[in-house]
Design a protein around this ligand. Structure first.
Ligand code: FEO
Ligand code: CA
Ligand code: CA
Ligand code: CA
Length: 644
């Protein structure tokens, strides 16, 4: 949500959980006139041949790939205020913002007058990344980020007047994490279980530990915590990850937005790089009522946020831990894979214009039978940042992981780095010194479950080619990038800890109905029937289908004409084929994805329907207040999502 693009909220939808019966005639025309050269077995050729940009974009008539993974009929773009899924599928809401989770929670009050104490017991706002932890065949724990809130819906004053102290506290409780048990009903759909033992809210007021190499550093110390090892709260919780030892990773993204200054405050150059300013840019108004957020009083508080936080969801009394070894930046998600040698590798993008893609490699291997050994595995390891190389104009090339290890790669006292803690707290500055490639807002990263393949969505970047420090480069080839792209890399020798990789672009989003050729038309696997902009959410299922969620411009006009509301697509990473699977209601983005253990239910987040005065009353309809919602998608025949 960095910046103001389509990521910040504003206002209204209807609902419905429908298959697009009206659209069935339209969807059969769906499959590609234009195919990406990466499709139909050409992917490998592209990787190896050093094909130029011109070649990629010129070859728009590759042979039909015939994906063996995509077994649903594409849905057309839509501007309807509905959640649309393919024929043969159905979607229903699981839970909405404000539903009761904890004992004593009242029902949601649409008036906006309910006190903070109510919100503390209810589902938070703006559900984002989420993970499902099975508790049995028909029983699970869902852990969901609540990235931020929609002030215009949160308060009776619509965010148009100054916060009261209780307003600010209510906003704190609308943020954070919601954990709740769910049970499958006889009809195959799931329901939240209010008051269940593992239900929990973690908010801006929850105690946290700070661990790893940066814990205790002077920049992390405050009046309230002179040791720099504990803090209150997590917020800006964008997407997520999960570990093989059963913990949840929540990623702190736009934490700088919550700070402002009541009086004099001059950000350091490092704080400027992290986007801190004295203005309360988005009118969060936290600092007048919680002095932690007042930079004039507590200039170190922002250093205590912007981390990946590990949570043990099975113990409601556990204290979340901020893992500083993974670096401080606007973490989008935490894409974890177990390397061939058992070490843990976590990829994470820094979602800001011109920032970078990172990788953490643990020192020790994960030990499946030793919970104690794994408990602090993420405190010891090496953080790396990516450099993408390319011949001029090439959309593929080699790449290198640059270690952000104190004393190496220029990370020395002469350059302002006096310890590993300095490197981690100021990972962005370290990345620049080391020579990282500036990227077009890295959002989610996904690791293929079986192949040596990793992908990252690069959502857009209006500064690319415009600001001097963000010139065009291989994986970021477009000036004023409106549409976004997805970069893919393969680690050398299948080793996720290796220094080298090979990269290419899996898809370049664009609008082929406005442009016949060139980058603005998009890559050849894009066509009038699957075009999109603003790729953001990204995840593989166990069969290797790649799911892509968008958080783009939903105006359906001008550059974005014909793209409709934000959507979810499914891609075959082997053929390059991309097919639209779902469309969200007005003003929302689709973000957050997880499956039931048997993969017969797909959970997808609808975040901020009705943003920006888009006139949504989703999901309840009838002019009701729009609410962020987690949807459940099932096949009519009860089969595995995406299967034939
Ligand atoms: Fe929270 Fe970058 O999206
Ligand atoms: Ca958003
Ligand atoms: Ca996102
Ligand atoms: Ca986004």
């Amino acid at each position: 949500m960095v910046g103001v693009d389509m990521d910040k909220p504003h206002s209204f939808s209807y609902p419905r959980n429908d298959s697009p019966s009206d659209f069935e005639q339209i969807i059969n025309r769906a499959m590609d006139r234009r195919r990406f050269l990466a499709g139909s077995g050409a992917a490998l050729g592209l990787m190896l041949s050093g094909a130029s940009l011109a070649r990629v974009l010129a070859d728009t008539d590759g042979t039909a790939a015939g994906s063996t993974l995509l077994h649903f009929q594409a849905v057309p773009a839509s501007t309807a205020d509905r959640f649309i899924v393919p024929t043969g599928y159905e979607a229903r809401p699981l839970i909405m913002w404000g539903e009761p989770l904890l004992p004593g929670a009242p029902a949601f009050d649409e008036s906006g007058t309910a006190p903070a104490a109510d919100q503390a017991l209810q589902m938070g706002d703006n559900n984002d990344g989420m993970s499902l932890f099975p508790l049995g065949q028909d029983h699970a724990l869902l852990v969901v980020n609540n990235e931020y809130s929609n002030r215009q819906f949160l308060f009776d004053h619509g965010g148009q007047q100054a916060n009261s102290a209780d307003d600010t506290l209510k906003d704190h409780h609308a943020h954070g994490i919601s954990l709740f048990e769910i049970r499958r009903q006889a009809d195959g759909y799931w329901r939240p279980v209010p008051d269940a033992p593992l239900n929990r809210r973690i908010t801006v007021q929850s105690p946290m530990h700070i661990s790893g190499p940066a814990a205790g550093h002077p920049l992390l110390r405050t009046v309230a915590d002179p040791e720099g090892v504990r803090c209150l709260g997590t917020f800006g919780n964008c997407a997520n990850g999960e570990t093989p030892w059963g913990t949840y990773l929540t990623c702190e993204e736009n934490t700088e937005d919550y700070f402002a200054a009541s009086a004099d405050f001059e950000p350091t150059p490092a704080q400027r790089r992290y986007g801190l300013s004295t203005a309360d840019e988005y009118s969060r108004q936290w600092y007048p009522h919680d002095e932690r957020f007042d930079l004039s009083q507590h200039p170190n508080e922002p250093h205590r946020h912007g981390w990946i936080v590990e949570i043990d969801p099975m113990n409601p009394d556990s204290v979340p831990v901020k893992r500083t070894a993974l670096g401080r930046f606007s973490h989008e998600n935490a894409a974890l894979t177990v390397n061939h040698d058992g070490r843990i590798v976590i990829y994470s993008g820094d979602d800001a214009r011109g920032e970078h893609i990172y990788r953490f490699v643990s020192d020790e291997a994960w030990r499946p039978d030793d919970a104690a050994a794994n408990r602090n595995l993420l405190d010891h390891g090496t953080l790396y940042v990516a450099r993408f190389d390319a011949e001029e104009g090439a959309l593929q090339g080699p790449g290198k992981w640059l270690a952000l290890r104190w004393g190496e790669n220029g990370l020395t006292p002469e350059n302002g780095f006096h310890s590993q803690a300095d490197v981690l707290i100021h990972a962005r500055l370290a990345a620049t010194v080391a020579g990282a490639t500036t990227m077009d807002r890295p959002e989610w990263i996904a690791v293929h479950p079986r192949q040596d393949m990793v992908l990252c969505t690069l959502t857009n970047n209006r500064y690319r080619g415009v600001r001097e420090e963000q010139p065009l480069n291989g994986p970021n080839p477009r000036s004023n990038n409106h549409y976004g792209q997805i970069v893919r890399w393969r680690p050398a020798n299948g080793d996720h800890a290796a220094a080298d990789f090979e990269w290419d672009l899996f898809v370049v989003a664009g609008n082929p109905t406005l442009h016949d050729s060139g980058l603005e038309a998009g890559s050849a696997n894009l066509n009038a029937d699957n075009m999109f902009n603003g790729p953001d959410g990204l995840a593989f299922d166990a069969d290797g289908r790649l799911w892509i969620q968008t958080d783009g411009n939903y105006s359906d006009a001008e550059l974005f004409a014909g793209m409709g509301n934000n959507q979810m697509l499914c891609a075959d990473p082997d053929t390059g084929e991309i097919r639209r699977f779902a469309v969200g209601p007005r003003g929302c983005e689709l973000t957050g994805i997880t499956f039931s253990a048997d993969r017969r239910t797909l959970f997808v987040g609808v975040q901020h329907p009705g943003e920006g005065g888009t006139g949504s009353d989703f999901p309840l309809g009838e002019g009701r207040k729009p609410r962020s919602t987690i949807m459940m998608i099932r096949k009519h025949d009860g089969g595995v999502i995406g299967s034939a």
